[in-house]
Design a protein around this ligand. Structure first.
Ligand SMILES: [Zn+2]
Length: 165
């Protein structure tokens, strides 16, 4: 994983000033790199460590980090907006279950398939995949399929009843 100083270098090379608030925010993101942070998590941490910090500047910094691909914004069902550290991760894709809200990270094998398809179909190379798939995880998918099967069975039944009249 990248270190704090590597990220500071990224900010510098993008002509961002290194303010104490930015340093602190980066450290918080790195320390929680495996978590999906809410805006509240970030505010609470910043407020605790730098009382009186300007909320809108926190927000602007998060937006800037998003543009630099340090973090990715995710919309989690039931939870809302979250920020996930993605900077030195080649695979930035997530599967989010609409039913239970479970988040899974995409695996490398799938990424490689998509990468080669992009190259074959569009001649597009060195893709940095940053995608979020919303759907159903395997256990919720089964439940949904069962529900749908029951529903369509009912449907077929009432149609049959109607045609008998
Ligand atoms: Zn699920």
């Amino acid at each position: 994983m990248k270190k704090h100083k590597d990220l500071i270098a990224v900010l510098k090379s993008n002509e961002m000033r290194i303010t104490p608030a930015r340093r602190l925010l980066l450290q918080f993101i790195l320390d929680n790199s495996s978590k999906q942070l809410s805006l509240k998590d970030v505010h609470d941490f910043m407020e605790e460590n730098m009382p009186g910090v300007d909320r809108s500047s926190i927000y602007r910094n998060l937006e800037a980090f998003k543009k630099l691909d340090i973090i990715q914004e995710l919309m989690l069902p039931k939870l809302g907006k979250r920020f996930q550290y993605v900077f030195d991760r080649k695979v930035h894709h997530f599967f989010i279950c609409k039913a239970c809200g479970k988040l899974n990270k995409g695996n490398k094998a799938l990424f490689e398939k998509v990468e080669s398809a992009l190259k074959d179909v569009h001649g597009f190379s060195k893709a940095n995949l940053s995608v979020v798939f919303y759907g159903y995880c395997s256990s919720c998918g089964k439940k949904t399929a069962q529900k749908e099967a029951t529903r369509s069975a009912h449907g077929a039944l009432s149609e049959a009843q109607q045609s008998m009249r």
